[in-house]
Design a protein around this ligand. Structure first.
Ligand code: GLN
Length: 541
């Protein structure tokens, strides 16, 4: 079968959930046995989101091959269980960089280099790149931004050309918003009509409309939209707000989105998607009676997208443990000795978040000391793991000024230090230790038991590491280094074996947790939190 290309565009407003719609469609096609991948084309000039502040762009996701990517790639993996790579996320900056590199090499043979055709050709080349590998039946391309933005014009021009070239092997799904005007008690279709017009002016006729709405859109209204927008009535699908993003694939299937896509791209519709494992997950989610309280100590708590993969990984693990997740965000900058007890007392487990820089770090130490002394299940991730090491050095080893050289270059006890390979690097973009690396786990450790094996591979994003010169002192005092990289001996996992569950990972296990393949270490953490919850409950009786 020819590779099929689906383009997903958005209109009216941003944040409608193009990533979730793309992921849901991919989830259904995958469940029909098709080979699917999703890619995101972002119109901003940064080469990748790695240098962006979480306030600008939410979490920075990391692929196995070490690309710092848009957080939508996290949704793509969580919904499809298919790994993404650097080819799955392309920005305007990367497009221009390669065109300018080619120009400098003289590849354009004296021609004037222009947006059309040179930039658009480069976009088209990248859209088709994964398709040309022969590994996929469907390539879903999400175009970032909203129709009407100046910066997405070259991408939409490339989509126009590709639709023309690819014919039945491509289609466009346009996501819009149907607002409910409370004063008039009415849903309004005009913004959708305008946004489709804007797309048509660029030469793109959407084949399918997905209407994001808070209220049920009556059939009559969907028919009217179809009529005004040159779309078949059954290809106007509504995406009504639901209590979990993981229900969106089911809602799309109820309206036959997967069948419509197959039919419109010339593929025979046979049978139904195999959604049984997905439905089991939803069933567990809907039927969980008891709650598990997890505190997440970090500095970006007002912005929950900053910890997207962590909250999803916790949610996967809690759901499989038949628990409702009550995730409480605790601002590390505001946490003090005076209120730590009150803020953490009701938690069944605590996560110490990843991050960069000094701000909020003292609150993490306060939380860690409290968790260690009261023996609460505690999970430190990346900077969170480094904070575990520093807190232990200060309060158990008595190295009161111990620190990471990230926070204090003159610390007398640099228990966390810049990695050797980082010392000659000055550029910020794409230069951390990124992507999946191997890790050997100590037999019998909590981490090894969590994974059920001793050789794992997880993703990274850091410049600093545990300073092995201190390793013996930590181990003698009860902090065990139970995971290390086999090639470099970089410490990947520390734990306090004497505690219920006190584990820190230099890597980010949250990136690889998916609905159908939840992260084993998150599951182990949640299991420990569930046990602790039961214990607390029994002793209060
Ligand atoms: N700032 C720390 C480092 O670079 C941790 C990074 C992180 O938490 N992702 O090593």
């Amino acid at each position: 079968m020819d590779t099929k290309y689906i383009f997903v565009t958005g209109g009216v407003v941003s944040s409608l959930g193009k990533g979730i719609i793309s992921s849901s469609l991919a989830c259904l096609l995958k469940a029909r046995g098709l080979r699917v991948t999703i890619q995101k084309f972002d119109p901003y000039i940064n080469i990748d989101p790695g240098t962006l502040n979480p306030y600008e762009h939410g979490e920075c996701y990391v692929t196995e091959d070490g690309h710092e990517a848009d957080l939508d790639l996290g949704h793509y993996e969580r919904f499809t269980n298919v790994r993404t790579s650097r080819a799955n996320n392309v920005t305007t900056g990367r497009i221009y960089q390669s065109v300018i590199d080619k120009e400098r090499r003289g590849d354009y043979l004296g021609k004037t280099v222009q947006i059309v055709p040179h930039i658009t050709d480069e976009i088209k080349r990248r859209v088709k790149y994964l398709g040309n590998t022969g590994n996929y039946d469907y390539i879903i391309t999400e175009i970032g931004g909203t129709v009407g933005d100046i910066e997405s014009l070259p991408f939409l021009e490339a989509v126009r050309q590709l639709r023309w070239e690819l014919g039945i092997n491509s289609l466009c799904v346009h996501l819009t918003y149907v607002p409910y005007i409370a004063a008039a008690k009415e849903l309004k279709t005009k913004p959708t009509q305008h946004s489709v017009k804007a797309l048509q002016e660029l030469g793109i006729q959407p084949d399918i409309l997905v209407l994001r709405t808070e209220k049920e859109i009556p059939l009559e209204m969907r028919r009217k939209i179809a009529l005004f927008c040159n779309v078949e009535p059954d290809s106007v699908v509504q995406s009504i707000d639901v209590n979990s993003i993981y229900k969106v694939p089911l809602m799309m299937h109820d309206q036959h989105l997967d069948e419509i896509v197959l039919r419109k791209t010339g593929v025979a519709v046979e049978g139904e998607p195999e959604m049984a494992p997905w439905l089991d997950f939803i069933h567990k989610m809907d039927n969980a009676k008891e709650t598990i309280n997890i505190g997440l100590v970090g500095k970006y708590v007002e912005l929950q997208d900053a910890y997207k993969s962590i909250s999803e990984a916790l949610f996967h693990a809690a759901t499989y443990a038949d628990r409702k997740l009550n995730l409480v965000y605790i601002h590390s900058e505001k946490l003090t000795e005076a209120d730590v007890d009150e803020r953490l007392r009701d938690m069944d487990g605590v996560i110490i978040a990843p991050g960069f820089g000094q701000r909020g770090i003292e609150g993490k130490f306060i939380a860690l000391r409290w968790c260690r002394e009261y023996d609460i299940p505690t999970f430190g991730i990346c900077l969170g793991m480094q904070c575990m090491v520093i807190e232990f050095a200060r309060n158990v080893l008595g190295l009161h000024e111990a620190n990471s050289t990230e926070m204090n270059t003159h610390t007398p006890d640099n228990v966390i230090d810049l990695m050797e390979e980082q010392k000659s690097i000055s550029a910020m973009g794409g230069t951390m230790r990124l992507g999946a690396y191997d890790c050997d786990l100590l037999p019998g450790s909590k981490a090894a038991m969590a994974y059920g094996k001793e050789h794992i591979s997880e993703r990274h994003r850091h410049r600093f590491e545990f300073n092995n010169a201190y390793r013996d002192r930590f181990e003698a005092a009860g902090m065990a280094c139970v995971g290390e990289n086999p090639a470099t001996h970089l410490v990947e996992v520390v734990e306090l074996p004497a505690k219920r569950w006190f584990v820190g990972t230099q890597y980010h296990p949250e990136y690889s947790s998916t609905v159908l393949s939840p992260s084993p270490i998150f599951q182990s953490f949640i299991k420990a939190a569930v046990e602790y919850h039961k214990e607390k409950h029994n002793s209060n009786k």
